[in-house]
Design a protein around this ligand. Sequence first.
Ligand code: 0O3
Ligand code: SF4
Length: 316
Amino acid sequence: MTKPALTLYLAAPRGFCAGVDRAIKIVEMAIGKWGAPVYVRHEIVHNKFVVDSLREKGAVFVEELDECPDDRPVIFSAHGVPKSVPAAAEAREMIYVDATCPLVSKVHIEAQRHAEAGLQMIMIGHKGHPETIGTMGQLPEGEVLLVETAADVATVEVRDPDRLAYVTQTTLSVDDTKGIVAALEERFPNIIGPHKEDICYATTNRQEAVKSVAPKADALLVVGAPNSSNSRRLVEVGAKNGCDYAQLVQRAENIDWRALDGIRSVAITAGASAPELLVNEVIDAFRERYDVTVEVVETAVETVEFKVPRVLRQPA
Ligand code: 0O3
Ligand code: SF4
C-alpha cells in the first residue's frame, strides 16, 4: 500500500539553547569529577528524557536543598535560584555548582542593581515558575511585585509610581509581553526597563521560527514537556499565527494520529529543553505512516555558546 504524501516543515532554530546545553554539561562533568551521586536541585531543565538520562548516569533530583546530604555536591538548575539557596549551601559548607543560565543571572543582576538605586521592582512572569521564584528571590521577600497579565498592571499597588523598574522572565511570549510592557508604561510613564525586555535570544528565535512555519502547515507539533514554559509558549504562538491544530508532544508515542487524519503538512519545532533525538523520533514516526518530504525553514542562525564554570573545566 502506498503511503500518503506529507510535507514536514522543520522550524530552525529549535531545541537546545546555549543555557540548556551548558546546564546539562555541568551535571555530566560534575558526575565525572566527583563521582555519583551528584544532587540536582529541581529538574536541571524541564525535560523528562534529559532528567531520566542524567539519573541513569548518577544524578539525584530533589526539589529542595534540605533533601541533599552535606557531603555530596549539589547543582542548581538552569532556571536560577533565590539568594537563600546558595546561602544555605554555604552555611552547610556544601560543594555547589550554579547551573543558572547566564542570561537568567543577568536578569538577577539587573533586579539587584535597580533595587540598590532605590527603585521598586516589578517582575513580569508566571507565578510559581522556578525562574520567577529565583529572580524575585534576589531581593527580600515582598520587595518584587509580580504581574502576569496586562490586567494585573491595573491593580498592582506600588510605593511610588515614579520610582519603578521592571524585569521579565526569559521565556515569555514576545507578543504578549509587549502588551504588558505597554500597560506598565502607560500607567507608570517613568518606569525603567531593559532595552527591549529580558526575553532571551533563544526564546525570541524559536517563536519567530514558529511564526514562519505555522501558517504553511495543517498542524504544529512542539516537542517539549508540559512544565516547560518556553515550549508551551511555542504552542500558543503557533495557534495565534495561523495553525488550527497546535499540540505539545513529549515523545512520538504522544502523537494523536487520529486528530492528524487527512493532513498534508505538519510543522515541527522543539522547546529549548527538548533534545534533537526526540525530534528525530517524531520525524521517524511520520516516516512510518507517510511518504515524507522534509523542508527546513530557517529564520535565524544561532552561534551563542556558554562556558561551563571553571571548577569543572579540565586544566588545558
Ligand atoms: O523556563 P522553562 O520552563 O521554559 O524551562 P525549560 O523548559 O527547562 O527550558 C530552559 C529555559 C530555562 C532554563 C530558563 O530560561
Ligand atoms: Fe538561557 Fe534563554 Fe536557554 Fe533560558 S531559554 S536557558 S535564558 S538561553
